[in-house]
Design a protein around this ligand. Structure first.
Ligand SMILES: [Zn+2]
Length: 301
């Protein structure tokens, strides 16, 4: 939708002082907000408070990072057994190339990740995911809609943003708070390693339980991942405008089909998401230009 995009570009938002290689947190008091777990265990939220990269939102994790990473690794190993690995040289090279560039610009936000990018031979799945600890999977179906590295990077940057924001920690905290607070306070939060987080629970939290079609994160977290991912994309020197093209392509792909592509099932599309990307585009383009990768002029049509 070129007209809407042009309007967005013609109406730049005053966001300056962008530092591409470092997190740009807004100055904000570290106050615990949202999250069911926080409401239930308000007095105990301080130890688990953290600030989400890029957006600066204050969030709460009641689960141990170490356990989440460990279970994510196990879940990823299960997925590698469940799906055949792609032997397509081009796909593999592209994913490694793009993944390598993105992982460098998110170093400060995910410092202890051991990045691994794997292409799964599942042509019917237009999907990708990233897990805590830096485990990233791309299904070959995604290449049906991806036309260049920038577009592939936009999908991977969104998925990596979920990891940087520790959305799965929040999701697990919420689930476990609902299921039984005593377990969290007595076990996971204290970091005693009781094993209460299983790789099944982790897969469920990522939306990867049943054939990559379950809903993983809520709309707010999807929009937050869009926001963070857009900035990561730009920092890595990929054209952020391609992120909108990917969403448009996914819309096209789903038109007239009884079941939407898997990525849309776990990432409900809406004009709201595209509008948010357009709103953030002036800032993202500034970060993109500062990345020094491909300094291109901004055309206002
Ligand atoms: Zn997402």
């Amino acid at each position: 939708m070129p007209n809407i995009r042009s309007r967005a570009l013609a109406n730049p938002i005053n966001r300056t002082n962008v530092t591409p290689s470092l997190p740009d947190y807004p100055m904000k008091a570290a106050v615990c907000t949202v999250v069911t777990a926080a409401a239930l265990f308000g007095t105990l939220c301080s130890p688990g408070c953290y600030q989400v990269p890029v957006t600066g939102r204050s969030a709460v994790s009641m689960v141990s990072d170490k356990q989440v990473v460990q279970q994510s690794m196990e879940a990823f190993a299960e997925l590698k057994k469940r799906y055949p690995l792609s032997r397509n040289r081009e796909y593999n090279e592209r994913v490694q190339r793009v993944g390598d560039r993105l992982s460098k610009v998110v170093f400060w936000d995910v410092p202890d990740a051991e990045w691994e990018f794997v292409v799964f031979e599942v042509p019917q799945q237009i999907n990708a995911f990233a897990m805590a600890g830096g485990k990233v999977g791309v299904f070959t179906g995604l290449f049906k809609i991806i036309q260049n590295d920038d577009q592939l990077a936009s999908v991977l940057a969104h998925e990596i943003a979920h990891v940087a924001a520790r959305h799965v920690n929040e999701r697990l905290s919420q689930d476990m708070a609902i299921q039984g607070g005593g377990l969290i306070v007595g076990g996971i939060m204290a970091g005693s390693g009781t094993g209460s987080i299983t790789s099944g629970a982790v897969l469920d939290a990522y939306g990867l339980t049943t054939g990559i079609t379950a809903v993983g994160f809520d709309r707010k977290k999807e929009k937050e991942a869009d926001h963070i991912g857009l900035i990561y994309l730009a920092r890595a020197g990929y054209n952020p405008e391609e992120a909108i093209k990917v969403l448009e392509k996914l819309e096209e792909e789903s038109a007239g089909k009884p079941l939407p592509p898997a990525w849309l099932s776990t990432h409900p599309s809406s004009p709201e998401r595209i509008l948010q990307l357009m709103d953030l585009m002036p800032k993202a383009l500034e970060v993109y230009r500062q990345s020094g990768r491909k300094p291109t002029p901004v055309l206002i049509k």
